[in-house]
Design a protein around this ligand. Structure first.
Ligand SMILES: *Cc1c(COP(=O)(O)O)cnc(C)c1O
Length: 409
């Protein structure tokens, strides 16, 4: 193969050039009304994003990290509690849990989706915790802490299997906060409800990030909480704004965690393109899966019948990743690893006392995942180039030494 291209992992320039006039007009409008904090544009974005997600309320905040933290606090998670999540997520998920004063507890993922495994979640709740019916509350044996919430992460743009997670949460009185920071517009077929539901409409609340590279990205930092619960939304409004119900009347100590109006205006403009972009991402993923299906050493993303994946990331599993990634870099192809070191092995979480062996699936996945270039404007030609180079890189390496433990067909 002699031709050479440059295919970046992410292209943030092209979409902004395509929308330049619209975005400049939105910015100019903000300069003219000068409501840089709060105001009508923010309220309009909140209304439209809530409607997009199928939630009753949306509260704009400063980042996705703020969104997870405020959602937990507003849902009543208190200092001293414990909150269940997965070890294979961005650290913001667990930072927010710690910042709410709670202890993160990890439960292993399901190998094919890389999301929280509902069966292992039930095992954890029933074997490593005890239900104190008199309180009533769930208590984690080894830490002695009350377990009050679950944070399923909709990783890579595909929702966790929410029906069994929500059923378990109801059984044990746990709150559910969806980390939807990678899943704007993703859908889940709920057999319980008999309908497709969007990420952000299923738990007690959900957190979104509008970091520039997300499926819906601001031109800076931004995030939002969505919820059906009016009181929870009101509490997030206070938390993001120094605990104020009214100006200079502070019901509690809050934060400076607002979504600024220029970002809201930009997001409002971009929101009208989100469905198109997500469709382009889905088509891009289909192309990859078709182009790569003959490469037996690769494990491709799996979409269950109950999921509509929006492919924030297209992550494959490859043996000998380091060499394959280097070959791709030499061929001008940018890739990423989401995430190379699972949270239970991060230095920041040594205090939690986990061992590497505690989450063997997470470890196996972390050692092999490789995120390929993925963005709505990625051309088929570029994808063909990526697929050809990737197949070649994999073919020139020794195959997996260890068999893949479960059938992934
Ligand atoms: C991006 C992201 C966050 C944090 O969002 P920020 O806006 O960067 O604070 C949280 N969780 C997950 C899974 C993310 O991908």
């Amino acid at each position: 193969m002699s031709w050479h291209r440059n295919v970046p992992f992410l292209d943030l320039v092209t979409p902004h050039l395509q929308l330049e006039e619209e975005l400049v007009a939105a910015f100019r409008d903000c300069l003219h009304h000068a409501h840089f904090v709060g105001g009508k544009v923010l309220a309009q974005f909140e209304r439209e994003f809530a409607a997009y997600c199928g939630a009753a309320h949306c509260v704009g905040v400063g980042s996705g990290t703020d969104a997870v933290r405020f959602a937990l606090m507003a849902a009543g998670i208190a200092p001293g509690d414990a909150v269940i999540t997965v070890p294979n997520t961005f650290i913001a998920t667990t930072e927010a849990i710690s910042q709410a004063g709670a202890l993160p507890l990890f439960v292993e993922i399901e190998e094919r989706t890389c999301n929280l495994d509902p069966g292992r979640l039930r095992d954890f709740v029933e074997r490593q915790c005890r239900f104190d019916a008199s309180a009533p509350r769930l208590v984690h044996f080894s830490s002695g802490r009350p377990v009050t919430a679950i944070v399923p992460v909709h990783l890579y743009g595909q929702t966790a299997d929410m029906d069994p997670i929500l059923a378990l949460a109801e059984e044990y009185g746990l709150r559910v906060i969806e980390d939807s920071c990678q899943a704007h517009g993703a859908e889940y077929y709920s057999a319980r409800k008999g309908s497709w539901l969007r990420a952000g409409s299923m738990g007690n609340a959900a957190a979104f990030s509008f970091y520039p590279g997300k499926n819906l990205g601001a031109c800076g930092e931004a995030g939002a909480v969505t919820t059906h619960d009016e009181r929870l939304a009101l509490q997030v409004r206070k938390l993001r704004d120094h605990g104020q119900g009214h100006k200079y009347y502070h019901d509690l100590e809050g934060y400076n965690g607002r979504l600024d109006t220029i970002q809201a205006a930009i997001l409002l403009t971009k929101l009208t393109h989100l469905d198109t972009w997500n469709q382009q991402r889905r088509r891009t993923a289909e192309n990859y899966s078709r182009l790569l299906q003959g490469c037996a050493e690769l494990i491709l993303p799996w979409q269950p019948a109950w999921a509509k994946h929006v492919f924030h990331l297209y992550a494959v599993r490859v043996p000998q990743r380091q060499q394959v990634q280097a070959d791709l870099a030499a061929a001008g192809i940018g890739t990423g690893i989401h995430y190379p070191v699972p949270l239970h092995r991060q230095r920041a979480y040594q205090r939690l006392g986990y061992a590497a062996a505690d989450f063997p699936i997470t470890e196996r996945v972390a050692a092999e995942i490789l995120s390929l270039p993925m963005y709505p404007q990625l051309s088929l030609d570029d994808q063909e180039y990526v697929a050809a180079r990737l197949s070649q890189a994999v073919a020139s390496r020794a195959p997996r030494t260890e068999a893949v433990p479960v059938s992934l067909s």
